[in-house]
Design a protein around this ligand. Structure first.
Ligand code: FAD
Length: 451
């Protein structure tokens, strides 16, 4: 199959969903990936914690995909702004939306915009070098930080806040984050959830890392674990192991001499961010105490009417990412914050597909995203084979789109040009004994890419 005669498909978004969808499609089609940033890999680069380098090995597979003779990567293209979905649909036989979840859910409580309150998305973006978060400058001069939400992202943030700098200094965490963390006064991190220990959403690896943090003891409330021991025997195995590990931490507490502490606060919902006397910044958070109605995964938190104030100078809301619409021509379900689809086929729009977080919502690890992207690719291939896509007309693909972009003053970054950025980052990292020093400035990225 030569690339001129094969079907042409384009993918919007160069994260795991984009690359995994491309990988499958390449057997049957020529594939172009359009990515907003000059650099590829989405949350593998800007989400996954710096102390989880093994998770980032998927980059090797993505690189092989990008280097496939029928695949091309076009970074620095903001789809929806620089080029519309309709323009892409005209240039390709099919378009796959894999643009992830770039927004975040807000808590919807008074005070959440006060200085001292951050979304986990921004905080993670800051330590991982997302260009739009480079000026975040979180104030780490307070002893207590409160994280709202108890998923893996919350645990990543807690770990980064409390980990000894030695554990991070050889990773690809940005140098400015490393310096800020080295001077951090944060000694206590409380991770707050609406429901109880049996409903916690993190996985065992992240919990174990939290429990094993050096110089950090567990700060949990035994009262939160009432009745849990009795419930253990009926739990499915993964939930049982997770719960046992938490209970062990509650019981043992950890090293008394530890200077830092970290723990969960269950049955609590945020009500209001409290500002100091001058009203200028967050100095605490008011929590409503809850009781559970029902049991198991479907248990609901109901307020009891009791309130509790916690003093803290840093509040990080980690209650979820959220997809946003990028083009009015594409259906969007605002309630579920996804592109409405059936098995990856976008509702009411032939030739338009979706995969990854924008397809099923912002949950699940890279492996989940991989399976879901393979599913979308298979559905697309089935549609091609069933004659549902008109393959009889030749489509111009990237040639037409790059020409169009040029008339709009947009120049793309090809994969080989990203490799120049990559080499520069590795070089800068090496000189500091780190895996990589990420470039934080888009203009600087572009300068190196096009040099
Ligand atoms: P994304 O990774 O977000 O990729 C979407 C891409 O689309 C991005 O590159 C974005 O720049 C691009 N884009 C957005 N808008 C546009 C546009 N308009 N035009 C063009 N391009 C656009 N999973 C694990 O297995 N292990 C972990 O340790 C782990 N840690 C995580 C830590 C955090 C903080 C988070 C948030 C997630 C973590 N995950 C982890 C989950 C994993 O990152 C996701 O499953 C996966 O990244 C989802 O892939 P995606 O391609 O749908 O979205």
């Amino acid at each position: 199959l030569s690339s001129s005669s094969s079907p042409r498909v384009c993918i919007v978004g160069g994260g795991p969903a984009g690359f995994y969808t491309a990988q499958q499609l390449l057997k049957n089609a020529a594939v172009d990936i359009y990515e907003r940033l000059p650099v590829p890999f989405g949350l593998v680069r800007f989400g996954v914690a710096p102390d989880h380098p093994e998770v980032k090995n998927v980059i090797n597979t993505f690189t092989q995909t990008a280097q496939h003779e029928r695949c091309s990567f076009h970074g620095n293209v903001n789809v929806g702004k620089d080029v519309t979905i309709d323009e892409l649909r005209q240039a390709y036989h099919a378009v796959v939306l894999s643009y992830g979840a770039e927004g975040n859910r807000s808590m919807g409580i008074p005070g959440e915009d006060l200085p001292g309150v951050f979304s986990a998305k921004d905080f993670v973006g800051w330590y991982n070098g997302l260009p739009s978060n480079k000026e975040l400058h979180p104030d780490l001069s307070f002893e207590t930080a409160v994280i709202l939400g108890q998923g893996n992202v919350a645990l990543d943030v807690a770990r980064i806040l409390l980990a000894p700098v030695e554990m991070l200094k050889e990773t690809d965490i940005t140098q400015n984050a490393l310096e800020a963390l080295a001077g951090s006064k944060v000694r206590r991190v409380l991770i707050v959830g609406r429901r109880g220990p049996l409903q916690i959403a993190c996985t065992i690896k992240e919990l174990r890392e939290m429990v094993n943090l050096p110089n950090t003891r567990a700060d949990m409330l035994p009262a939160d674990f009432e009745g849990i021991a009795e419930a253990l025997k009926d739990l499915p195995r993964p939930r049982k192991r997770l719960t046992e590990l938490m209970m062990k931490a509650v019981k043992e507490g950890g090293d008394d001499k530890a200077e830092k502490c970290c723990g969960f606060r269950f049955f609590r919902s945020p009500v209001e961010v409290l500002a100091g006397a001058d009203g200028k910044r967050a100095t605490g958070i008011r929590l409503a105490l809850n009781k559970l109605e029902g049991s198991g995964e479907s248990a609901r938190a109901e307020v009891t009417g009791q309130l509790e104030d916690v003093d803290c100078g840093l509040i990080i809301s980690s209650i979820g990412y959220k997809s946003i619409p990028i083009d009015p021509a594409v259906p969007f379900d605002p309630r579920r914050a996804i592109v409405p689809n059936e098995m990856g086929r976008v509702q009411d729009t032939a030739g338009l597909y979706c995969s990854g977080w924008v397809k099923r919502g912002p949950t699940g690890v890279i492996a989940t995203t991989m399976n879901d992207s393979f599913d979308t690719a298979h559905v697309l291939i089935q549609d091609m084979e069933a004659g549902k896509l008109d393959l009889s007309v030749n489509k111009p693909g990237a040639q037409a789109i790059t020409a169009l972009l040029q008339t709009r003053g947009v120049r793309t970054v090809l994969f080989s040009q990203w490799e120049k950025i990559n080499a520069e980052e590795e070089k800068r990292g090496k000189s500091q004994g780190k895996a990589r020093e990420k470039l934080l400035d888009v203009d600087e990225m572009l300068k190196i890419a096009w040099s």
